[in-house]
Design a protein around this ligand. Structure first.
Ligand code: ZN
Length: 335
């Protein structure tokens, strides 16, 4: 990755390139909401700062410093993120690990870089860090990240070059979405882009949720067509759909079990209100109303789905397992 591969933020990238070219040290603070790409930009900036031969597009990607960086084996970067076990980073960690480390020279790279997520540094921890920020050795660069500037001490802000991440334009958001959720339908991408407030992380989250809804819908459509479907359709179109969504196979299987559950409920109490697939109610009620859809057969359909899940666990041939499940359901609901 290079600066040009980061979408948008033209002014910031140019500012950071100057810092790299001039081998600037000191403290930079990236501010922007969660999901605004602070981490991505910070990582690329760090790599360029550490690179032995940076060019006009940031890190060269080829020198030993870049190789160590990419392999995540360089000792010259320290990332201070939220610990898994506590809400905040402990003061003792800043005092005993971060501050002493900042005095040591980099082992391989041009600069020693610290990426510190200020969102998890309370007042005491920020104060503990202050001394290092006040008199930074010339080989050290601190990259501070904050999603809420109000929680950062003025004394920290005054020692940092602040870099504010601007909202992304609609076309930039779409570009980011196409990289991150490539299989998402165009319409879902548009909804995500229109409702994310210019924050790519939020757009990706909306698109992924939308993708889940789209997948649910497609699974229900496929299932409801299964009793009437020809073998040709099942073995070609439906099998292809399963293969395309192989990564979501467990989700699809769970969705089918929920549909069977809905059919069981509707079978027991016609017009039963609390079903999972309300959008497909008409189709489900029609299928539940068929005399061929009895509870024994529905039980066997659920059994076919469970066989499919077991086949996934033992890495059996995916196409064979999914075709077998679909054909069993078809046969149970038609014979
Ligand atoms: Zn390099």
């Amino acid at each position: 990755m290079a600066f040009s591969e980061i979408t948008g933020q033209k002014n910031i990238k140019s500012r950071l390139m100057t810092a790299v070219k001039e081998r600037q040290s000191g403290t930079f603070m990236f501010t922007g909401p969660v999901g605004s790409g602070r981490h991505t930009i910070a990582e690329e900036f760090a790599k360029a700062l550490m690179c032995g031969n940076p060019g006009s597009d940031g890190a060269c990607g080829k020198c030993p410093c870049c190789t160590y960086f990419d392999a995540n084996t360089t000792p010259d970067i320290m990332r201070v993120y939220k610990p898994a076990d506590t809400k905040n980073i402990k003061v003792s960690y800043i005092k005993d690990s971060v501050v002493p480390e900042a005095v040591l020279k980099p082992q391989f790279s041009q600069s020693k870089v610290f990426i510190i997520d200020l969102d998890y540094l309370g007042t005491d921890s920020q104060n503990a860090l202050l001394k290092s920020l006040e008199e930074p050795p010339s080989h050290v660069v601190f990259i501070l990240l904050s999603s809420n500037r109000d929680l950062v001490l003025d004394t920290v802000i005054s020692r940092a070059t602040e870099i504010k991440i601007e909202p992304y334009t609609g076309s930039e958001i779409l570009e980011i979405l196409k990289k991150n959720v490539p299989d998402c339908p165009e319409q879902t991408l548009k909804i995500a882009s229109d409702n994310c407030g210019g924050i790519p992380g939020k757009a990706i989250e909306i698109a992924k949720q939308g993708e889940d809804i789209d997948l649910k819908r497609m699974v229900a459509d496929m299932f409801l067509e299964l009793p009437e479907a020809s073998y040709c359709k099942i073995l070609n179109d439906d099998a292809e759909f399963m293969a395309e969504h192989k990564a979501d196979a467990v989700t699809i299987a769970s969705d089918i079990l929920l549909i069977i559950d809905d059919l069981m409920r509707l079978k027991g109490i016609p017009g039963y209100k609390k079903i999972n697939y309300t959008e497909h109610r008409t189709g489900l009620e029609k299928l539940a109303g068929s005399p061929k859809t009895d509870s024994v057969r529905l039980g066997k359909c659920a059994g076919a789905v469970k066989d499919f899940l077991r086949a996934l666990e033992v890495n059996a041939n995916f196409d064979a397992a999914s075709c077998s499940m679909l054909l069993k359901i078809h046969e149970e609901l038609t014979k």
